[in-house]
Design a protein around this ligand. Structure first.
Ligand SMILES: *[C@@H]1O[C@H](CO)[C@@H](O)[C@H](O)[C@H]1NC(C)=O
Ligand SMILES: *[C@@H]1O[C@H](CO)[C@@H](O)[C@H](O)[C@H]1NC(C)=O
Ligand SMILES: *[C@@H]1O[C@H](CO)[C@@H](O)[C@H](O)[C@H]1NC(C)=O
Ligand SMILES: *[C@@H]1O[C@H](CO)[C@@H](O)[C@H](O)[C@H]1NC(C)=O
Ligand SMILES: *[C@@H]1O[C@H](CO)[C@@H](O)[C@H](O)[C@H]1NC(C)=O
Ligand SMILES: *[C@@H]1O[C@H](CO)[C@@H](O)[C@H](O)[C@H]1NC(C)=O
Ligand SMILES: *[C@@H]1O[C@H](CO)[C@@H](O)[C@H](O)[C@H]1NC(C)=O
Ligand SMILES: *[C@@H]1O[C@H](CO)[C@@H](O)[C@H](O)[C@H]1NC(C)=O
Ligand SMILES: *[C@@H]1O[C@H](CO)[C@@H](O)[C@H](O)[C@H]1NC(C)=O
Ligand SMILES: *[C@@H]1O[C@H](CO)[C@@H](O)[C@H](O)[C@H]1NC(C)=O
Length: 446
């Protein structure tokens, strides 16, 4: 009985052993299947790289050390959908070769993508995440001048342009530039002459054009005026819209931190010297050039409006040409003026000619110390009337140009000089032929 029992026990233990072996076999079989699966997975990983969706998922579950690891929080709420986002991205191919960073797409770069994501808790559309290689987050993007064309309102533009760094010393190298700002009706009429003038001086100037908003002619890509139009509004001669356009030009030019001098030009202006002479004259000057004088009589003091008091008094009222050459400091003051300009907007209505009075008056009240009270743009009012003389084809001779170049004496940085004008107006397109013939040689263009 006992024996039977023992035998029975023995049999049952054999059975148990057998079962255990069976379990082991079973386990080995499972492990084998798993191993093969794993192998297939790894193989797939290497062979179907293009199909990075699968690629990523396999990597995520079986080869954690090999994969690109999405960093845990703060992005974790969205990381479960990361694979989709990555699969859309072309950079994945190389993603595992160098460090990967996650960047929130601000939504500004691509307006067609989903709305900007300020709400991190919403795990929605995956287009908000992009994988990029870690480029140094340096100053270069910040310092890069924006496109001339943008969609800021005037108010937004002026606010942005008015920003000034509190630290004066630059932590980078800067080549100062002159901003040439053209206030025109349509195209820059004398563009071929200006093209010759600018040639070979790239990096030392920037160009901004404010033309009538309806002007839609395209400028060839080879031109220095290509893509230099800023968002504009209609300008009426002698009215406040002219000052608004000047402020718009200044503000746009201020967005480029390397612009240090600012020159306002019309479509009828020409240069009187080569680029290097003009550049040095402007950069080296210790003064600004805003023409300002006190003129008795109807066309001077007569245009003052008593309602402008107390901000502006008659004794402070000045007149001058609108074509200025100024520095960055004064440009910043002009775009930020919220005291005097509103007074002009309100009370300087037609027959007041704010373009001839706003800047001369504003600069003379607050910044007269560094202002030369003269302009560098030559013009001839001697024939009288509301407009200065215009020059046509036959007016352009070497003698005439030299008279404009050296015909006067004035003060520059405390010394007397016979270079008092760097620009001249008003030249018509009829004069262009002869200007192109004489000017480059006479003025020693590059
Ligand atoms: C992943 O994104 C899809 C839409 O692309 C969405 O329907 C799904 O809920 C998301 N999954 C998670 C876990 O957020
Ligand atoms: C990936 O980028 C290359 C150029 O970098 C482009 O030619 C190709 O079409 C892109 N592929 C996809 C799927 O976006
Ligand atoms: C990917 O990396 C290889 C070398 O690792 C490089 O030659 C190739 O240009 C890179 N492709 C992209 C899109 O960055
Ligand atoms: C913006 O997105 C569209 C489609 O989503 C794409 O065709 C276009 O290339 C994107 N533009 C930029 C600058 O990423
Ligand atoms: C963020 O999401 C929460 C709920 O998910 C919502 O109550 C809140 O209004 C959202 N905030 C913004 C700024 O969208
Ligand atoms: C990283 O991206 C930048 C542009 O986003 C590119 O110029 C640079 O070559 C990339 N670096 C590598 C190693 O691909
Ligand atoms: C430019 O504007 C004129 C009207 O001012 C219009 O007739 C013409 O079609 C426009 N041209 C282009 C290229 O938009
Ligand atoms: C510019 O003109 C001056 C004379 O006015 C001359 O000395 C100088 O060499 C010229 N500059 C260039 C770059 O030709
Ligand atoms: C710039 O001005 C300084 C004095 O203010 C003078 O010493 C220097 O020669 C000038 N440089 C040029 C290129 O005119
Ligand atoms: C410019 O005019 C102001 C008066 O408006 C005067 O105080 C200043 O001395 C003048 N500057 C020069 C350089 O003549």
């Amino acid at each position: 009985m006992k024996n039977k029992e023992q035998q029975g026990k023995g049999a049952s233990s054999y059975l148990k052993l057998f079962c255990a072996q069976l379990d082991l076999l079973n386990f080995v079989a499972h492990a084998l299947v798993f191993g093969i699966g794993l192998l297939i997975g790894i193989t797939l990983t290497f062979f179907i790289k293009n199909f990075s969706f699968i690629n990523f998922q396999i990597q995520q579950f079986s080869l954690p050390s090999y994969t690109l690891k999405p960093p845990p929080p703060p992005f974790s709420p969205i990381s479960s959908n990361l694979s989709l986002s990555i699969s859309n991205n072309n950079q994945t191919k190389n993603a595992s070769h160098y460090p990967v960073g996650l960047v929130f797409d601000s939504g500004q770069k691509n307006t067609s993508s989903s709305p900007p994501k300020d709400n991190q808790t919403t795990p929605s559309s995956d287009s908000s995440i992009r994988v990029t290689n870690f480029t140094r987050i340096g100053l270069s993007e910040f310092l890069k001048p924006p496109m001339a064309m943008h969609d800021m309102t005037d108010e937004e533009l002026l606010w942005r342009a008015s920003m000034v760094p509190m630290i004066q010393k630059l932590p980078f190298k800067q080549t100062p530039k002159v901003a040439f700002m053209f206030l025109t009706k349509g195209p820059v009429l004398l563009a071929p002459l200006w093209e010759r003038f600018f040639k070979g001086n790239e990096g030392l100037y920037s160009i901004y054009v404010h033309s009538h908003p309806s002007f839609n002619e395209t400028v060839p890509e080879s031109s220095v005026f290509h893509d230099r139009n800023i968002p504009s509004k209609e300008v009426r001669w002698g009215e406040n819209s002219m000052i608004e356009a000047e402020r718009r030009l200044l503000a746009n030019a201020l967005l480029d931190f390397s612009n240090q001098r600012f020159v306002l030009l019309s479509e009828a202006c020409i240069p009187l010297f080569n680029f290097s002479t003009i550049y040095t004259y402007l950069m080296n000057s210790t003064s600004t050039f805003v023409e300002a004088y006190d003129q008795p009589g109807e066309v001077g003091r007569g245009r003052f409006k008593p309602k402008m008091r107390p901000q502006i008094r008659l004794s402070q009222w000045r007149k001058g040409s609108q074509w200025f050459q100024i520095d960055r400091f004064l440009s910043l003051q002009i775009v930020s003026d919220h005291l005097y300009f509103p007074v002009f907007m309100k009370y300087c209505k037609p027959n007041c000619y704010s373009d001839e009075h706003y800047l001369p008056t504003f600069v003379s009240i607050k910044f007269w110390k560094r202002n030369s009270n003269r302009t560098l743009t030559w013009v001839d009012w001697s024939r009288g009337g509301a407009h200065p003389s215009r020059y046509y084809r036959t007016d352009v001779t070497v003698e005439f140009l030299n008279k404009l170049r050296f015909g006067r004496t004035c003060e520059y940085n405390g010394h007397t000089t016979n270079i008092c004008h760097l620009f001249a107006r008003k030249f018509t397109t009829h004069a262009l032929d002869r200007l192109l013939r004489f000017a480059p040689k006479l003025m020693q263009f590059n």
